[in-house]
Design a protein around this ligand. Structure first.
Ligand SMILES: Cc1cc2nc3c(=O)[nH]c(=O)nc-3n(C[C@H](O)[C@H](O)[C@H](O)COP(=O)(O)O)c2cc1C
Length: 185
């Protein structure tokens, strides 16, 4: 009897997961278009699994962020840190306003050790932490050959693979959360 009940619960959970398509927002800044290309490659890959929206850092509407499951934020590394538009955006997020949202940060920069080049992604990740998000991947960098680009060969494909990995981690953490919630009932 209880086995049937458990099976029913599992079927209901699976149906619920199918019904709720992951809602993703990718926020990016880009001076010369390289980070925009990376964001687009991620959006295309995640679009196979989720509802995805991209927004420039200067165009983000904080009220639209309420329904998000997954947030990716990326920008160019400038002067060892984030670009001015990204800094303004990150400052505008109220503390603990994104609790329950899964997130990851990325940047574009020169291909050298991060302690030499700086990394916007690390700054973005530490700022995002204050909003209460769950960072499900370490910050990642994608490389340009020169200040204005282009990107190094293969970086768009690597960005798509990184996005896929984020999706897999998101699904795993969602399953664990749902199983835990179920076990508590
Ligand atoms: C004002 C300025 C400062 C920069 N400083 C850095 C830096 O400190 N470290 C680095 O790796 N790249 C630096 N760069 C190169 C940028 O990372 C590169 O232009 C960016 O990745 C290109 O992405 P975008 O086309 O999206 O702007 C700088 C670029 C600009 C314009």
């Amino acid at each position: 009897m209880w086995r049937r009940y458990l099976l029913l619960v599992k079927v209901c959970l699976l149906n619920e997961r199918k019904r709720h398509k992951m809602n993703t927002l990718i926020i990016y800044d880009s001076t010369f278009g390289n980070t925009a290309q990376i964001a687009q490659a991620m959006a295309e890959r995640l679009g196979e699994h989720a509802t995805v929206r991209t927004a420039l850092a200067t165009e983000v509407d904080l009220t639209e962020m309420k329904e998000i499951d997954l947030l990716l934020v990326g920008g160019p590394t400038q002067r060892h840190g984030v670009s001015p538009a990204m800094r303004t955006l990150l400052k505008s997020f109220p503390r603990r306003s994104l609790r329950g949202v899964s997130a990851a940060a990325f940047d574009t920069r020169y291909h050298m050790d991060a302690w030499k080049s700086g990394s916007a992604a690390h700054r973005i990740a530490s700022r995002l932490k204050r909003t209460g998000v769950l960072l499900i991947m370490p910050p990642e960098s994608f490389f340009v050959t020169q200040r204005e680009g282009p990107l190094e060969d293969g970086e768009l494909e690597r960005a798509a693979r990184w996005a896929e990995e984020i999706f897999e981690r998101f699904e795993t953490s969602r399953s664990v959360q749902q199983d835990t919630a179920e076990a508590r009932k």
